[in-house]
Design a protein around this ligand. Sequence first.
Ligand SMILES: N[C@@H](CCC(=O)N[C@@H](CS)C(=O)NCC(=O)O)C(=O)O
Length: 239
Amino acid sequence: MIHTLVAKVKRVLQGYGVMAASEEEVKLLGSVGSPFVIRVQIALELKGIEYKYSEEKLGNLSETLLKYNPVYRMVPVFVHNGNPISESRVILEYIDETWKQNPILPSDPYQRALARFWSKFIDDKCVAAAWMSVFMPDKKEREKASEELLKALQFLENELKDKFFGGQEIGFVDIAALFIPLFQEVAELQLFTREKFPKLYKWSKEFNNHPIVKEIMPSKDQQFAYFKARAESLAAASK
Ligand SMILES: N[C@@H](CCC(=O)N[C@@H](CS)C(=O)NCC(=O)O)C(=O)O
């Protein structure tokens, strides 16, 4: 309650230029290589927000993380002036509403609804399918997941009307969809072909070449290490 009040006062003061953004407490609890964490890092970088980063060890999360996110016990957790927020898409919306510069959601309510719809679709229909199509030990299950993924990607292919989903600039859906280029790399470009999904293929390249994305994306080695550790811990948990 008191934290919320303090945060509100600080935001008002910032709006009047009385208090610098750097005086705020902005923290991100993450784990290198996690696509959900990268979403938040890209949004913060696009907005030019300084923050403190704290690395969590997946499988052995800190007391602080568990205190802040007792419900899902996952990274990312974003903490703004003592207020913790979980779930990457919720965090992205909070960041966009709190720091107005370089908006990531469209201003038109209908377009905003569509951006939320497609980013939810990415989480519901693409993330698990992409993961399973690469990492399921059983070939049949990999093929089934891959079929599901291709069906879902076709919807996204049809939805791409500009350089980015957000138009000429990276927006909410682009940030949510970063799984696609990431998995394309991990799967050594086997996830989908340029012939089958020409627009998504081009988008992946544009996205990876964006200066902020380039700066934030972990190295290939870090990505491989992350995915390998995740695949192993999920395999161990399912035994
Ligand atoms: N729906 C969540 C998913 C976050 C998620 O899956 N985080 C994983 C890492 S990528 C995690 O923290 N897992 C906990 C663990 O492995 O200990 C979001 O959008 O933030």
